[in-house]
Design a protein around this ligand. Structure first.
Ligand code: SAH
Ligand code: SF4
Length: 355
């Protein structure tokens, strides 16, 4: 199987590249990025508004059975304050992310907040949700209330690996059908994987890119797997190699840019957890989206999916200043006050392509 003429073998070669070969790959991916999506970096201010989760993924620090920390849920007023901050900072859009809950009270809470954020910004602040698996009806309600993008990572496209990372009742097929349902409703859809998981091969990662292509997604948010010491998966990992994780993460961004061309690709925070310049390296390897954290500092340390999460004690203003310097330093510009939809989505919509 190929994607835009790129074979699985070629993808495996790109993902396995090291040293000079990897550097050449990043340069090539950067050229493709300039051609396809340009040099503007778009910001998505991320609000991690609750660490309460009903699921039990083996890799994640906020899984249901981790009792070693305090659970929180931001109030409506606090979330609105963060959204207002993003608006004042001229970030074109925000991401609302949390652990997974699907009870009626939660669904209603999110719906209400979406409407209020839309109202506050006169309809112009874009809103992405990252709230896991939900009923199609819930996705529809949230879409009608103002969300227009949704991120739901498949985590790995290998069924076998998926099984080893989740308890029995977490279902790969359900996750795939959520991606399809979101597209049908009209969302711009993003997916992604964790990179460098125990037992994951370069072949698996190449298949992940083929999966993104097959699902025809608009956005990719993927990043290296990082240990969280209080999780079952961390206990099975020996010899965690941060340099390998970073290299694989960058190689995947570059390979995805070359294969998928006109999608939005995020330089995720997990890259920065491995290297202070991780996000800039991601942009230079083909990514075009950055997600500055705008969660109130008070809650940041409570939302710890993995160890050594960066910027835990910096407020949103510090993050903004630091990021804009870093981005200018590498010769890129920030697309303030813009939604920054991927050209892929515009083309797909023109084709009438929600099929
Ligand atoms: N609960 C929602 C959204 C929050 S989790 C969901 O699961 O979709 C967001 C992402 O964090 C997950 O999709 C997963 O890919 C990532 N994540 C969780 N634990 C991680 C870890 N230890 N290392 C790297 N990424 C992790
Ligand atoms: Fe919950 Fe998402 Fe973490 Fe899984 S990855 S335990 S669903 S927050």
């Amino acid at each position: 199987m190929g994607t835009n003429g790129i074979t699985r073998e070629k993808l495996i070669g790109m993902i396995s590249g090291r040293n000079a070969e990897a550097q050449a790959l990043y340069r090539k991916a950067y050229r493709v990025k300039l051609e396809q999506v340009g040099k503007l970096v778009y910001f998505r201010g991320i609000i991690e508004f609750s660490n309460i989760c009903t699921k039990n993924c083996y890799y994640c620090g906020i899984r249901r059975d981790n009792h070693k920390f305090k659970r929180f849920s931001m109030t409506e007023g606090e979330i609105l304050q963060c959204a207002e901050l993003a608006w004042n900072y001229r970030y074109g859009s925000i991401v609302l992310q949390a652990g997974e809950r699907s009870d009626a009270e939660f669904v209603e809470f999110v719906e209400k907040i979406l409407k209020k954020i839309k109202k506050m910004s006169g309809g112009s602040l874009g809103i992405t949700l990252s709230l896991g698996e939900q009923a199609a009806d819930t996705y529809r309600r949230w879409f009608e209330a103002g969300a227009h993008r949704y991120l739901i990572r498949i985590e790995t496209s290998s069924r076998k690996l998926y099984r080893s990372l989740h308890p029995e009742d977490h279902d790969f097929d359900r996750r795939v059908s959520c991606i399809a349902a979101l597209r049908d409703i009209g969302y711009q859809v993003g997916t992604g994987v964790m990179i460098g998981l125990p037992g994951q091969t370069e072949e698996d990662l190449a298949d992940d890119i083929l999966f993104f292509r097959e699902m025809d997604v608009d956005m990719i948010g993927m990043g290296p797997y990082i240990l969280h010491r209080d999780t079952p998966l961390a206990k099975n990992v020996s010899g965690f190699d941060p340099a390998r994780q970073l290299r694989l993460g960058l190689n995947m961004i570059a390979a995805a840019r070359i294969a998928l061309k006109d999608v939005n690709i995020a330089a995720t925070t997990a890259l920065q957890a491995l290297d202070p310049k991780g996000r800039e390296l991601g942009l230079q390897a083909g990514a075009n989206i950055v997600m500055p954290n705008i969660t109130h500092t008070r809650y940041r340390s409570g939302y710890r999916l993995y160890d050594s999460k960066p910027c835990l004690d910096e407020n949103a203003g510090v993050c903004r200043a630091c990021l804009s310097h870093r981005i200018r330093d590498i010769g890129e510009e920030i697309g303030y006050n813009q939604w920054g939809d991927s050209p892929h989505f515009s083309r797909r919509s023109l084709k009438g392509g929600f099929d």
